[in-house]
Write a protein that binds this ligand. Structure first.
Ligand code: SIN
Length: 305
């Protein structure tokens, strides 16, 4: 399948300030997140609805749909309305559905972490990290297993002008080394619900601006995360560490975040270009199962191109 053959944005968002007519949009927090209602994602949605959903994603960074029931092929069809499939290295897809990964932790896996439980932006180590991730809850624990998102536009805006100016000139070094290199295989092997194949390709590094300009909104957003950002270009490790440690803590402060308590049938659709997210690993003894599809994005643009 060729990613380049399909337009990155098949149906542009409705214009900014658009008066929603086909869906309802109800924010869940001041920083980010909104419930989008009035639609069944399993149906053949027309372009106007897709444009409104895309507008809601741009306005709220992460949107939630309740009470959905999507077979893998229906989730793929919905995802593709927003752009081509983004590569998902290292993770074995669902059998027969190469564009779907299962995010699963079994009840007997008494780990203190789960897939995605460190703050991150999905696959920021790729040259063109994904725009969107779409997660559909199939089985949820009776408590715990919430997902949190933090708004990286607000994270940037809440810094002082001096810090903003300094960060705009910096380049982050991203890598999957601490997630998918062979040294991590024993950790993945402890999860029976997912098949992760580590390899030395995870040691590769990729540079991205520390502050990226959002391709659709033009807003500046911090683009570093504790899972995948391992350094700063031109900085010695002992110089980069305090800067990154500050940014990792600053960028996920509670006032920048929203939190979602999952119910079976929920679908979350988020924009990795301006959010970080993490899954809570606090449901030992219970199963949690999701299907995720991932929508292609573009190479992050720097403020000073
Ligand atoms: C992910 O990082 O994509 C998974 C998040 C979750 O399972 O809540």
């Amino acid at each position: 399948m060729s990613v380049a053959a399909e337009p990155l944005i098949p149906i542009p968002a409705a214009s900014r300030g658009h008066d929603y007519r086909r869906v309802t949009v109800a924010p869940i927090a001041g920083a980010c997140g909104a419930v989008v209602g009035g639609i069944d994602l399993a149906t053949d949605l027309d372009d106007a609805v897709i444009a409104e959903i895309r507008r809601a994603v741009l306005d709220h960074q992460v949107v939630f749909f309740r009470g959905q029931r999507l077979a893998p092929e229906q989730q793929v069809a919905f995802s593709r309305r927003f752009g081509p499939f983004s590569p998902v290295p290292f993770i074995e897809p669902v059998a027969g559905h190469p564009e779907v990964i299962a995010v699963v932790r079994e009840a007997e896996e008494s780990q203190e972490f789960t897939f995605g439980s460190l703050w991150h932006s999905d696959f920021s180590f790729l040259p063109q990290p994904p725009f969107g991730s779409i997660l559909h809850a199939l089985e949820v624990p009776p408590y715990g297993g919430d997902t949190l998102w933090a708004n990286q536009v607000l994270a940037f805006r809440s810094l002082s002008p001096g810090m903003q100016a300094m960060l705009e000139g910096l380049t982050g070094i991203h890598s999957a080394v601490n997630a998918y290199s062979p040294k991590m295989q024993p950790i993945h092997d402890a999860f029976s619900g997912m098949t992760v194949r580590t390899d030395d390709g995870a040691n590769a590094v990729q540079q991205h601006p520390v502050v990226r300009v959002h391709a659709e909104t033009g807003r500046k957003a911090l683009f570093v995360n504790v899972q995948y950002t391992i350094g700063l270009d031109g900085f010695a490790p002992h110089e980069a560490k305090p800067v990154l440690d500050f940014l990792f803590a600053h960028s996920v402060r509670p006032e920048l975040a929203c939190r979602w308590r999952w119910e079976v049938g929920d679908v979350a659709f988020w924009d990795n270009r301006c959010l970080q997210h993490m899954a809570m690993a606090d449901f030992t003894g219970h199963r949690r199962a999701m299907h995720r599809t991932t929508v292609a994005g573009e190479a992050p643009a720097a403020v000073h191109a």
